[in-house]
Design a protein around this ligand. Structure first.
Ligand code: ADP
Ligand code: MG
Length: 290
């Protein structure tokens, strides 16, 4: 049977916009050793903005680079795609695009006016054997745009930290969580930049969705039997990791339906400060029970 205090804890949490799907998760939150967080949409707003467009040569203007990317990204609902479509801002003739494939953690491939187009990260370019023959040292998420296996340009995209991220991480540490880890599909430079800004020393970048699950399992294998591991995420790709963690915590507002479904705890406000609040409630709940 579930001690009465747990119901009090679930009620207290829900009054703060934290939906806990069962009393056992309060117990697990009380025994957290590690909090593992996704970057995009979790630590950051997940709202990207195009900051720069680079063209490789005069054959294709920056406008052409943007148009090409927007036509393909029109078939994705990734936050990166939305930023590119918004930047383009013009109507898109969907009839010009055929054979669309979205590759999780990499980007998209499609035919535009009969030409083979790839839009995505360095991993996608590598997979397609497209050389990146241009130097671009700026820090940021890069979307490479290639037509018929030749790079025509790079779109730089930036995301911002949520306003309570730094405080939330500090408060999670204050509640006795020893280990805070960031996982991301984004590349190393961006991961390092964000981790430094928020005070996280342990992070893993360039991860494909299934590699996030492997990392989480590795972390779970390294804690004591009574210690628990939480994962915090928002995306469709995060559902398997949310399901695997002892406590899966999803963003309720920006989170995908799959993530909310797979999670054990849903944060209605999307605020990371809800996590230290939930830990606090779990500790308080137990004081009442025992
Ligand atoms: P995160 O771990 O940051 O939430 P995702 O797994 O959603 O990231 O994506 C990882 C990476 O894959 C992105 O940083 C981006 O480089 C690339 N990517 C994914 N989807 C797209 C897309 N629609 N367009 C361009 N790049 C994409
Ligand atoms: Mg994500």
């Amino acid at each position: 049977s579930i001690p009465l205090g747990y119901f009090g804890g679930i009620g207290a949490a829900s009054s703060k916009g934290i939906l806990v799907k069962g009393g056992n998760y309060l117990e697990e939150l009380r025994n957290l050793r590690s909090v593992v967080l996704d970057k995009t949409g979790t630590l950051t707003k997940g709202v990207f903005k195009v900051t720069q467009i680079i063209n490789v040569d005069e054959a294709n203007s920056t406008e052409k680079v943007l148009e090409t990317a927007a036509y393909i990204e029109n078939f994705s609902n990734h936050p990166i795609a939305i930023s590119i479509i918004n930047e383009y801002g013009k109507e898109i003739d969907e009839n010009r695009v055929k054979d669309i494939t979205e590759i999780a953690g990499k980007g998209l491939k499609a035919k535009l006016d009969g030409n083979e187009v790839s839009v995505g990260n360095a991993k996608l370019m590598k997979q397609e054997n497209i050389p990146i023959a241009i130097q671009d040292n700026s820090i940021g998420t890069k979307v490479y745009v290639a037509v018929n296996n030749e790079l025509i340009g790079i779109i730089n995209i930036a995301d911002e930290l949520k306003k309570d991220t730094i405080d939330a991480i500090e408060n999670i540490k204050k509640y006795g969580v020893k280990d805070i880890v960031m996982l991301t599909g984004d590349h190393k430079d961006v991961a390092e930049d964000i981790a430094k800004k928020v005070g996280i020393t342990k992070y893993y970048s360039d991860l494909l969705p299934h590699e996030k699950v492997n990392k989480l399992e590795e972390i779970m294998n390294n804690v004591d039997k009574n210690e628990k591991v939480a994962f915090v995420g928002d995306g469709i790709n995060d559902a398997p990791v949310l399901a695997r963690a002892n406590v899966g915590i999803a963003m309720g507002g920006v989170g995908s339906d799959a993530a909310i479904e797979a999670a054990d705890v849903v944060l209605m406000s999307d605020e990371l400060s809800s996590i230290p609040t939930a830990i606090k409630i779990s500790k308080h709940t137990n004081k009442i029970v025992w």
